[in-house]
Design a protein around this ligand. Structure first.
Ligand code: GLA
Length: 731
């Protein structure tokens, strides 16, 4: 890993074993993108990186010997109004209304570790495995500076980048747009990949051909959203899971975002990601700064699956709280789909005893335990124990849970408020609204104004009291609606554009304070399932409830798409009842577990209604998961067959010591009159011998000829929605 500055060529070269990122300084001091991709050696006599030809209609940079039209120059910070007509990455409005900026190189620093982005989640400078380049740029007309930070993480094929703008002028300024990343690529022979969906069908893979102009996705919902994940990738048309070039970016952020691919009619591509600009502005007085969230920019020359390995390693090694790195996540029992909000203490005690008997490890008490909560009309905001349901507080339940060897976890939804609550009676103006407009409810609830410090402080105190009172090991932090009527009663008019970002900063502040004060509590984030499954929240909460849809067949698509960037260990995956509560589909207990094993495993059904036969099966499943938990949670994950392409899905994990390989094979419909199935495995040692079903096979055979399953093995149950798990051991 190295970051070099070549004074003759005026170029920066960030590189590690796998990638190179090269930045140049143009004659007018602006920075240009020279290269991002596979590691290369770079000489100092590069010519023609810039197109110096005059082009009809296009303005040129003044006072240069040659024609430079910014519209054709690949840049690090393209700005508005000076001849680049593609989307800018930065636009700042000055006191006289002009929105022009031209940032020129001033100085740079190469540092071990990185400069921390205060109050925002970010890649962590762990050990001495991280190095950063910080380039200071200045707009000479106003004195405004922009500091770009690029960070390399050891041998991973990615960098992170962010920008900090400081107002050194006497007058206030307003940032109108600021993208965390802007990358120009010299051609446009790409397709795009995005992770799209909605509630209960989150992160479906969507591969599109690009058209000229903007190809963008965004969220203006106040959350990263179930509709579009803050991620976008460029793939060569020939790129597959296991070969070909891919460049991807993702934002370490949980609020409104924009990811855009602009293809110019000159056949060049601009990739950007950052805070969504139409719902954002930020006012800076003299000497104030604004720090953007950090963007991740990743590369692979070996297909999408390799890109996923890079993201998974980044998340597990450099993003999540080090406290939870390599931590074997407990098998959850969650009472939601068993009881919903209708439960009493005895029923929960019975469920906990049964969960313990079956071998589960963490009992999670979901929605319904607080205030006077009987239904979703009431009590959000009152984080005190419901005295009707728990006359003795939570003590008795937690004691039973702990006595039976289980950890205890609890559900909260701290950003929300019901009108029927004490919090609302005391602070009716704390919910986000505009006094002259209707308040739009969703699930009968409203969002608290987390842009206000006193709101965050109050919720922190309430939750601290709860977590101080009871021995709670796990918290599921939910967020069940998007924001509407965005307006803060506390912000002055010129700062209303800051509302959404300040809201997310409030969420991060509460997460930061709670995780600091209660470092031993494992947090799981949730947003009606996976509406806020993003890198920002993974920084605080190392696991996320992937989707409210627990149907095994639907989960294939959801978990497959999610795994494009998020590792299996981050994905909550539970076995639930049939007929499934979301889809009505009936799948076998085996298939439900075979899908959920490839995640952060648990159960979410009425254990008191299980037959003895089902209990025997569940016990075995739990024993099996415990035995192979390390492999499922921290092994290398491969997507072999895609549910987006046909009737079959197949996944594989290889243990870190490479000794154990687990393959899952799933299909929607049973076949008829069919030939053997061949699944070509990945990542094995060509010469090594693997044992499967008392057969000895080489890695080469398994990868090139395939693992062969006979129709008999597949149709054992004679049903649709069938699955098999295959375990191979290296000799
Ligand atoms: C959301 C979550 C569910 C459950 C309910 C409780 O929908 O995604 O898992 O916690 O809220 O109200």
């Amino acid at each position: 890993m190295a970051i070099n500055y070549d004074e003759i060529a005026r170029t920066f070269h960030l590189s590690n074993k796998k990638i190179s990122y090269v930045i140049g300084i143009l004659p007018n001091g602006q920075l240009n993108n020279i290269y991002f991709g596979k590691k290369i050696r770079i000489t100092n006599n590069r010519k023609n990186d810039i197109d110096y030809n005059y082009r009809v209609m296009h303005p040129c940079v003044p006072n240069q010997e040659e024609y430079i039209s910014l519209n054709f120059v690949p840049q690090e910070i393209p700005t508005f109004g000076q001849g680049d007509y593609r989307p800018e990455s930065l636009r700042i409005e000055k006191i006289d209304g002009n929105q022009l900026d031209r940032f020129a190189y001033q100085s740079h620093q190469i540092v071990k570790g990185k400069q921390s982005l205060t109050s925002l989640p970010e890649g962590r400078p762990i050990g001495n495995k991280v190095e950063s380049l910080i380039i200071l740029l200045r707009d000479n007309s106003t004195g405004i500076t922009a500091e770009l930070q690029y960070t390399l993480y050891e041998d991973l094929s990615l960098i992170t980048r962010s920008i900090k703008v400081t107002n050194h002028s006497k007058d206030a300024i307003q940032i109108r747009k600021i993208m965390s990343l802007s990358l120009d690529l010299p051609d446009c022979h790409y397709e795009s990949l995005q992770l799209d969906g909605a509630w209960a069908r989150e992160r479906y893979m969507q591969r599109n051909t690009l058209r000229s102009g903007d190809n963008s996705i965004s969220s203006i919902k106040g959350a990263s959203s179930a509709e579009h994940n803050p991620f976008i990738a460029l793939l060569r048309p020939e790129t597959t899971e296991h070969q070909g070039e891919v460049i991807a970016t993702a934002l370490i952020y949980s609020g409104n975002f924009l990811a855009n691919i602009n293809v110019s009619t000159f056949g060049i591509t601009r990739l950007q990601i950052g805070i969504e600009p139409s719902t954002f502005s930020w006012y800076l007085d003299e000497n104030e700064s604004f720090q953007t969230p950090e963007a991740v920019l990743a590369y692979s020359n070996d297909g999408l699956n390799d890109l996923s390995h890079t993201f998974h390693q980044f998340i597990n090694r450099f993003l999540i709280n080090p406290k939870w790195q390599n931590y074997l996540r407990p098998i959850v029992y969650n009472n939601w789909e068993a009881t919903y909000m209708n439960f009493n203490e005895n029923q929960l005690i019975n469920l906990a005893e049964e969960a313990a008997d079956l071998g589960m490890e963490l009992f999670v008490l979901d929605d319904g335990w607080f205030g006077e909560r009987e239904n979703d009309r009431m009590s959000l905001g009152d984080w005190v124990v419901n005295s009707q349901k728990f006359p003795n507080g939570l003590d008795k339940l937690i004691e039973t849970v702990n006595k039976n060897g289980l950890y205890f976890g609890i559900w909260i939804e701290p950003e929300m408020i019901n009108e029927e609550s004490n919090l609302y009676k005391e602070n009716p103006d704390w919910l986000i609204h505009h006094p002259q407009y209707h308040k739009s409810a969703s699930r009968n609830q409203y969002v608290l104004d987390y842009s206000r410090k006193e709101v965050v402080a109050h919720i922190f105190d309430m939750l601290s009291l709860l977590l101080d009172t009871y021995p709670i090991n796990y918290v599921k932090w939910d967020m069940n609606r998007y924001i509407s009527e965005p307006f803060s009663l506390k912000l002055p008019s010129h700062r209303q554009g800051e509302f959404y970002h300040r809201y997310i900063l409030g969420v991060y502040e509460l997460y930061e304070k709670l995780t600091q004060k209660f470092p031993d509590i494992l947090f799981e984030s949730c947003s009606s399932g996976g509406a806020r499954f993003d890198l920002g929240l993974l920084y605080y909460a190392p696991q996320t409830w992937t989707s409210d849809n627990t149907d095994a067949m639907d989960r294939l698509k959801i978990q497959h798409g999610t795994s494009i960037i998020y590792p299996p260990v981050s994905m909550g995956a539970h076995v639930s009842a049939v007929p499934n509560h979301q889809t009505g589909r009936v799948t076998s207990l085996e298939t439900r577990a075979n899908v959920a094993f490839f995640g952060n495993f648990g159960y979410e059904l009425d254990l008191l209604a299980l037959s003895n036969q089902e209990k025997i099966i569940i016990k075995k499943q739990i024993e099996f998961y415990k035995k192979y938990r390390q492999n499922f949670q921290y092994g290398k994950f491969y997507r072999l067959l895609s549910p987006f392409k046909g009737e079959e899905t197949s996944w594989q994990v290889i243990s870190e010591d490479q000794q154990t390989i687990i393959v899952g094979y799933y299909r929607f419909r049973r076949g008829i009159n069919e030939l053997n199935i061949r699944i070509k495995l990945k990542g094995l040692k060509n010469e090594a011998i693997y044992k499967y079903n008392n057969q000895f096979i080489t890695g080469g055979e398994l990868m090139e000829i395939g693992l062969i399953l006979t129709p008999l093995e597949l149709s054992e149950e004679g049903k649709d929605f069938n699955s098999r798990l295959i375990i191979l051991h290296k000799k």
